[in-house]
Design a binder for this molecule. Sequence first.
Ligand code: SF4
Length: 216
Amino acid sequence: MTKNTNVKIVFDELNRMFPNPDCELDFNSNFELLIAVMLSAQCTDKRVNIVTKDLFKKYNKPQDFANLKQEDLEKLIYSTGFYHNKAKNIIKMSQQLINEYNGEVPNSASELEKLAGVGKKTANVVSSVAFSAKEIGVDTHIFRVTNRLGLVNSKSPNQTEKLWKQFYPEYLGDEYHYRLVLFGRYHCTARNPKCSECKLQLICKYYKEKDKINKA
Ligand code: SF4
């Protein structure tokens, strides 16, 4: 794979479409952000915000969660799905923060990844949003969109992250992350992407291949 020089055209258009991209999760501290991102696995941001609105009124510090009974937390986060594992990991992660990090959320993706239930994507999102780290949290949207556009040619989110860091280091950080996520969430959707109104048609690998098949 080589660097795709269309990356600039892509971000010119994404900057136009989403001039002020922001995290769609609600939070008031780095710890709340970490919990919200953990809850957002396999769940919409909208649903997470409904759950955390009440949750964070009662519990919003590592000490609060470290002392919770798993079944009590499960009831509070039930509607985000995978509540059993999420509750177990949130309690363990909170205990780790208290015992190993003075109750603070660590600022690097590599340290964040040592916490229970925190994978690469969560670590990268939290470090870039909370600490402006030059990372990219590759979720299903970014994986799909970057491959469709031909910016990467990858088989997994982890491979996408590696290739992105290798070829596009100037496009790391939360603002690029969010533009790609929003583009995938609202425009280049998994099913029925809005190709007919997309300004990136001419450079999109997926569109060109689809067009070629339609014309054959
Ligand atoms: S042309 Fe279609 S597939 Fe390509 S980026 Fe635009 S919406 Fe996505």
